[in-house]
Ligand binder design. Structure first.
Ligand code: SF4
Length: 370
């Protein structure tokens, strides 16, 4: 399958009459200007096309803000050059992101006529109370309506959700994910809430009205949502905010689970869970072999065989996964790579070749199917 290559444009805060507590759209997107002109969109598409590999499916994406809340003239100004590139067969799709309450059949008809193929909705949560405290300005029913309109228009659908908003908890976000699964989006993004400078949330944080998630907590929480979604064949295309120059400036992220490679931390946590499932299975199947594993009296070395492309996630950042296994299970792994193993499968063997077990990715995901 061809890889998607994105030509991104950021259209900050324009058109959005709301002030969601977590949002300072300019700082998140890293764009302080009014956004690109038609000519800039056209030039940038041309420049990107020169560098994009030929075997890519190319999509022009307008991120940030609430695209369909912009005056129609401005939407047309941005979409026109992308549409021309689409008509010329240079790009395969156009994507916009917007609020659920800025979607209706007429809006969709207009943007579809200018080549928009995918609409991403900032859902954040489907819990009425969380939406209210976040000052989103609409309830969960509006999301369902917007999703139906997008489906009826025959467009692709992306949903963005957040964890750790004021009033949110694991139970509420699991419920949101199960509702998202029922809506069957083509893809999902998950963002842990950060306290960004000059937002309502910053004030709440300084007044002790809001406690952000710790990084480890956010990683664990996101991991479970991610696994539920991929177990239902819903791709999660991003976890954690994209790093921008603006976000990296000292003081921009006031507090919260910020990490430039948040998604990789989640993927490493997934790999760690797989390893632990495999070790439990090993103990069940080999109660006497090797003994130290069951008695925790000493170290034991086992051979872990993986696809080399899964290596960094299995080991974890700074060998964190292996250190955790050593401390908790008294097991040391010898790592062996093998190209022929499916990327997310794991094989465990002991040194004397008396036992071998495999954890297949789909088998592992079965625990997360609803
Ligand atoms: S609707 Fe979107 S752009 Fe507007 S304030 Fe909320 S998050 Fe920011």
């Amino acid at each position: 399958m061809k890889k998607w290559c994105i030509i991104p444009f950021f259209v900050p805060h324009q058109g959005c009459p709301h002030t969601c507590v977590f949002c300072n759209q300019q700082r998140i997107s890293g764009v302080f200007s009014a956004g690109p002109s038609s000519l800039e969109v056209s030039t940038q598409i041309g420049q990107y096309l020169k560098t994009i590999p030929v075997d890519c499916r190319v999509e022009v994406a307008f991120y940030g803000g609430s695209f369909t809340g912009l005056p129609w003239e401005r939407q047309r100004e941005l979409l026109q050059p992308a549409y021309q590139a689409w008509e010329a067969g240079q790009v395969d799709g156009i994507r916009i992101s917007t609020r659920p309450d800025l979607i209706n059949p007429k809006i969709l008809e207009r943007i579809k006529a200018l080549g928009v193929t995918t609409v991403e909705l900032g859902v954040q949560s489907l819990d009425p109370e969380v939406l209210e405290v976040a000052q989103r300005g609409h309830g969960p029913e509006v999301v369902e309506k917007a999703v139906n309109f997008i489906r009826q228009a025959g467009m692709k659908l992306g949903l963005q959700m957040m964890i750790g908003l004021p009033g949110d908890n694991r139970e509420r976000s699991y419920k949101t994910v199960s509702q998202i699964i029922k809506l069957q989006p083509d893809f999902v993004r998950i963002y842990p809430t950060l306290v960004i400078r000059h937002t309502v949330l910053e004030r709440m944080f300084h007044q002790n009205d809001y406690t952000p998630l710790e990084l480890d907590e956010a990683v664990e929480w996101t991991k479970i949502l991610y696994l539920h979604l991929v177990a239902q064949d819903i791709p999660v295309i991003r976890m954690g905010l994209q790093t921008t120059e603006e976000l990296l400036k000292p003081g921009e992220v006031v507090a919260g689970p910020w990490h430039p490679a948040f998604g990789e931390l989640v993927q490493a946590a997934v790999a760690l869970e797989q390893i632990e499932v495999l070790l439990k299975q090993w103990i069940r199947e080999h109660p006497f072999c090797p003994k130290p594993l069951t008695t925790n009296t000493g170290l034991v070395t086992l051979l872990l065989i993986i696809n080399p492309r899964y290596g960094s996630r299995v080991v974890g950042q700074h060998q964190r996964n292996f250190q955790h296994i050593l401390k908790k299970w008294k097991v040391k792994f010898k790592l062996q790579t093998n190209d022929s193993i499916p990327v997310r499968d794991l094989i465990l063997k002991d040194d004397e070749n008396t036992g071998k077990i495999t954890l297949n990715w789909q088998e592992f995901l079965a625990n997360y199917r609803i």
